[in-house]
Design a protein around this ligand. Structure first.
Ligand code: BG6
Length: 517
C-alpha cells in the first residue's frame, strides 16, 4: 500500500499563511456510519475542504466504516461523487482530490460484531505507520443513535481507546431521547472515555454567525451595557425551514421539532445570546457560562405547558403552484402521527440579568421561507414625542430591534426611527446593516469544517458538555411529558405558513407579536 502524498497545487501563499493560525496535529479519523447521509453531505466534503485549504495536517487519514461491503477504491469513488456534489460554495479540484483520496480507507463491518473492531484496530496500526498519524485517533459516531452506547463499549473492549497518541470521540445528535436516556448514555460513555475526550457536537455552535454573537457582545463596549432586562423587552429566536422532512420521516416521527431543534441547537443559541461574559475565552470558561445560563432557565410545571408551549404539524397545501404533502402523508410516517413539526416555547431565565424577560423560540418545517435569526427587541422610549409613519399608520411602541441573522444572508441589522425628509418631525423606521458576505468578501467555513478542525486541535469550546446537555433536556422535559400524553388536533397549519394560530396567541397574551423575518 502506498501512501505517498502528491504535492498540492499552488495557492496564494499569503492566504495560506493567514489560515494557519493554529496547530492541528496529525491524526486518523474513524467515521462510523460512513455510507450515511451526514458523512456524504457534511463530513467528507468538510474534510476535503480542510485538506484543500491546508488547515489540517497532511499526516491524516480517514477510515470509513459501515455495513455496506466496499473496497477502499469503491469508497473513494463513492465519496468523490458526494464531495463534488455537496461542497458548498467551493470548487472541486481533481488534483487535490487525488491526493486527498490516498488518505481514505474503508472497513466494512457491523457495529454489533466484535470482529469489525479488530479490523479497525489493524487498519489504524497500518495507517499510523504509513501516514505517520502519531497514534492520534478521532472517532466519529454518525450511526443510528441507538447504537452509540454499544459502539463505545466495544471501542473500550477492543482497546481502541488507548494508543500512542490521543483518542477522542465525536458524538452526533440526538444525544438521548429524553433526560433519562441522555443521563444513561453519559454514564455509559464515561465508563470508557473521560469527559475531556468526549466531543458532543451541536453544529449550530460551529456556525460563523453563532460564534459572532460572542464577538459582537464581548468584543465591543457599546452593546453589553444595554444587554439586560432594563433595556430589552423580549427576545425572539426563529429557525424556519421551507423544506419538509425530506425522506427522514421515520426518524422525525420519533423526534419532532422540539427534540430535533429546540433541545439542542436553539437552546444553545439562547445560551449564547444570554450568557454572562466569560473571564477568559477558553473551553472551560465559555462552557461554564453556557451551562450556568441553561441551568437558570425556568423549568415549567406541567400545568404551565399549555400556556408557554405550542405544538404544530403541517398539513397539505398548494404552494407556488406545487402540491405539497402534509406530514402525515410523507413516506414512512404514520397517518395518525402526533409529531410536532412546529414548536414554539416561551422561556424565562431566572437570573438578575433576565428575570421576567420572555425568550420566545420557534422552529418549524414547511414555513414560508428558510431563515434563522435572533431578534432582540428593545423597550420603548419613555415619551412618544414624535409622529411616526409606518406601513399600518399605527404608532410603533418599540421601534428598536437588533436582528442577528444566522442564515441565509448572514449579518446584523439595527432598526431605529429616523426623521423623514421634508418639513415637520415625522419619523420613519430605517435600518443600519452589516452583511457578512460584502464586508469580508470571502467564503466562511461551514460549521462542520470548524468543528472537525477544533476536535482535531483539542479545542472543545464549541462542543457541548455533559452538564449543558443535561440542563437543556431538563428545560424541555416537562413539555415532552405533556405533549406525549396529549391528543392534538393535527394538522393545524397548512404548509407554507408561519405555524398555528395558538403560537400567535401565546405571544399576544404577553402583549407581543412574532416578527415577520
Ligand atoms: C438538524 C436537524 O440537526 O438541523 C434537521 O436534524 C434540520 O431537521 C437541521 O433540518 C437544520 O440545520 P441547518 O444547518 O440547515 O439550519
Amino acid at each position: 500500500m502506498s501512501a505517498a502524498v502528491q504535492p498540492l497545487p499552488e495557492i496564494n501563499p499569503l492566504q495560506d499563511y493567514l489560515r494557519f493560525d493554529r496547530h492541528v496535529p496529525p491524526c486518523a479519523v474513524v467515521i462510523f456510519g460512513a455510507s450515511g447521509d451526514l458523512s456524504k453531505r457534511k463530513l467528507l466534503p468538510s474534510l476535503y475542504r480542510l485538506f484543500y485549504e491546508r488547515r489540517i495536517s497532511p499526516n491524516f487519514a480517514v477510515v470509513g466504516s459501515s455495513r455496506t461491503p466496499m473496497s477502499d477504491e469503491q469508497f473513494r469513488e463513492k465519496m468523490k461523487e458526494s464531495v463534488a456534489k455537496f461542497l458548498e460554495d467551493a470548487p472541486f479540484d481533481e488534483d487535490v482530490w487525488r491526493s486527498f483520496a490516498q488518505s481514505l480507507y474503508y472497513v466494512a463491518g457491523d457495529l454489533n460484531n466484535p470482529a469489525s473492531y479488530d479490523d479497525i484496530h489493524q487498519k489504524l496500526e497500518e495507517i499510523e505507520k504509513t501516514h505517520e498519524t502519531a497514534g492520534n485517533v478521532l472517532f466519529y459516531l454518525s450511526t443510528q443513535p441507538s447504537h452509540y452506547a454499544e459502539a463505545i463499549q466495544e471501542l473500550g473492549e477492543h482497546d481502541l481507546t488507548h494508543g500512542n497518541g490521543w483518542r477522542r470521540v465525536i458524538i452526533e445528535k440526538p444525544f438521548g431521547h429524553d433526560l433519562a436516556s441522555a443521563r444513561k448514555l453519559n454514564e455509559e460513555i464515561h465508563k470508557v472515555f473521560d469527559e475531556s475526550e468526549i466531543y458532543r457536537i451541536d453544529h449550530y455552535l460551529g456556525k460563523e454567525t453563532v460564534q459572532n454573537i460572542l464577538a459582537f457582545r464581548f468584543g465591543n463596549g457599546i452593546f453589553e451595557p444595554l444587554w439586560n432586562r432594563r433595556y430589552i423587552d423580549h427576545v425572539q429566536i426563529t429557525a424556519a425551514e421551507s423544506i419538509g422532512v425530506e425522506g427522514r420521516g421515520g426518524y422525525y416521527q420519533e423526534a419532532g421539532a422540539l427534540r430535533d431543534m429546540i433541545q439542542n441547537h436553539l437552546s444553545q443559541v439562547m445560551a449564547t445570546v444570554a450568557m454572562e461574559p466569560p473571564t477568559v475565552f477558553d473551553a472551560a470558561n465559555v462552557r461554564d457560562e453556557r451551562a450556568k445560563l441553561l441551568r437558570a432557565v425556568r423549568v415549567m410545571k406541567h400545568d404551565e405547558v399549555p400556556k408557554y408551549a405550542v405544538a404544530g404539524q403541517y398539513g397539505p397545501a398548494k404552494v407556488g403552484g406545487q402540491d405539497l404533502l402534509g406530514f402525515r402523508q410523507e413516506p414512512s410516517v404514520d397517518p395518525e402521527a402526533q409529531t410536532d413539526t412546529y414548536a414554539a416555547v416561551t422561556f424565562f431565565i431566572d437570573n438578575w440579568r433576565w428575570a421576567d424577560i420572555p425568550f420566545y423560540i420557534r422552529t418549524g418545517k414547511r414555513m414560508p421561507k428558510r431563515v434563522t435569526d435572533i431578534a432582540i427587541q428593545f423597550g420603548a422610549p419613555p415619551l412618544g414625542l414624535f409622529k411616526q409613519e409606518t406601513k399600518t399608520g399605527l404608532r410603533e411602541a418599540r421601534p428598536n430591534v437588533l436582528v442577528l441573522r444566522i442564515q441565509p444572508e448572514e449579518g446584523i441589522s439595527l432598526r431605529f426611527l429616523s426623521k423623514s425628509p421634508g418639513s415637520g418631525m415625522r419619523l420613519r423606521p430605517v435600518s443600519m446593516d452589516f452583511n457578512y458576505g460584502s464586508s469580508f468578501g470571502e467564503r466562511s467555513p461551514t460549521a462542520y469544517e470548524t468543528l472537525l478542525m477544533d476536535a482535531m486541535a483539542g479545542d472543545a469550546t464549541l462542543y457541548t458538555r455533559q452538564d449543558m446537555v443535561d440542563a437543556s433536556w431538563q428545560i424541555v422535559q416537562p413539555i415532552l411529558d405533556v405533549w406525549g400524553s396529549t391528543k392534538f388536533d393535527f394538522p393545524n397549519y397548512p404548509s407554507g405558513t408561519w405555524g398555528p394560530k395558538a403560537s400567535d396567541e401565546m405571544l399576544a397574551r404577553q402583549g407581543h407579536v412574532w416578527r415577520v423575518p
